[in-house]
Design a protein around this ligand. Structure first.
Ligand SMILES: Nc1ncnc2c1ncn2[C@@H]1O[C@H](COP(=O)(O)OP(=O)(O)O)[C@@H](O)[C@H]1O
Ligand SMILES: [Mg+2]
Length: 318
């Protein structure tokens, strides 16, 4: 069914370097959420903190009544069984073929027989479209296939929560579209809570139910996709629409001169909000919001042309 992750007041520094401060959000059960942010803002650190690989300085992370930030190693070991994780590079063992890579968590964490393992591995390989590639070594396949193999491995223990770090890095736009569709199809099938970290704005605009933006050492905003895509908040607006006008500069924040120079420039109008990607089966996901629902319920007029099928998947400004 997926479980909720409730993060409250999370702060993390490495030595004198503050990564982010006071991050507070609830990642809804069973929904697809994306955490967006410029490189180096601590997105990967955030994911690692959620599974207890990194201890925060302050704050709590509640999952099914357990605080990941302060629980015992034993509780952490138990709670980690809820997670499937796909790290940025797929993190495959180079000397093992895909079958053994995918089977690895089952051999490590369960007492299942090899025939049970075989049926689970083949089921997950099928889910990610890798049937026939079982004998390949990670070095022999494309980056897109490696990511799908990593995904199959993240799925073998039937996770309630899937954490996925930059699935689109190093993928061309077509493969990115395929993996985005795979996430939506998987969410429809397994109902787990998905948290995808990315800096790809196209994917962010069309895939998730919720969007968060980490920027300048804090969480600038987190909420339903339509809330962020219709937001006038300068940082959110600039980032989600890939614009140069706004507070974000080439090196994090613009200085006073740069901001003064553009004070008479208007921000371009918000582009239409595209339709959300739907499962390829055509059967709606359990938590799929209706197009325009958030805007209607909150009295927000979406930008002209929003939610038209012709806009589905279009790049901002295209
Ligand atoms: N284990 C660590 N020790 C010290 N600094 C770290 C560690 N992990 C990450 N950092 C630093 O934290 C910052 C954020 O890193 P990261 O989460 O990888 O950014 P992102 O994923 O958003 O690109 C970087 O400056 C990085 O160098
Ligand atoms: Mg990262």
């Amino acid at each position: 069914m997926g479980v909720e992750i409730k993060v409250d007041g999370l702060t993390k520094s490495f030595g004198k370097q503050l990564i982010w401060r006071d991050v507070t959000l609830s990642i809804p059960a069973g929904q697809v959420s994306v955490m967006l942010g410029p490189s180096g803002t601590g997105k990967s650190v955030f994911l690692k903190t959620l599974i207890g690989l990194i201890k925060p300085d302050e704050g709590s992370i509640m999952i099914e009544g357990t605080d990941i930030a302060s629980c015992s190693e034993r509780d952490l070991y138990e709670i980690r069984k809820l997670f499937g994780v796909l790290f940025q590079d797929g993190a495959m063992f180079g000397s093992m073929n895909l079958y053994d890579n995918v089977a690895f968590p089952l051999r490590e964490h369960t007492k299942k027989s090899e025939s049970e393992i075989r049926s689970i591995v083949m089921e997950k390989m099928d889910l990610v479209g890798l049937i026939g590639a079982e004998d390949k070594l990670p070095g022999e396949i494309s980056g897109g296939m490696r990511k799908r193999a990593g995904l199959a491995r993240a799925l073998v223990l039937d996770p309630e929560i899937l954490l996925i770090d930059e699935p689109d890095s190093g993928l061309d736009p077509v493969r990115t579209s395929f993996i985005n569709q795979l996430f939506i199809d998987l969410n429809a099938q397994i109902d787990a809570t998905f948290l995808i970290v990315t800096h790809d704005i196209n994917s962010t605009r069309t895939v998730p139910d919720n969007i968060g933006l980490l920027y300048h050492k804090h969480l600038a905003m987190f909420g339903p996709r339509e809330m962020l895509l219709s937001s006038e908040e300068p940082v959110v607006r600039q980032f989600l629409n890939a614009q140069t006008v706004g507070p974000i500069g080439m090196s994090e924040e613009k200085d006073a001169d740069e901001l003064a120079a553009e004070k008479d420039l208007d921000m371009p109008p918000l582009p239409p909000i595209p339709l959300q990607l739907e499962p390829s089966s055509g059967i709606p996901r359990r938590h799929q919001p209706a197009p325009g629902q958030w805007c209607r319920e909150n009295g927000v007029t979406p930008p002209p042309g929003s939610f038209l099928s012709a806009n589905a998947g279009l790049a901002p400004g295209a």
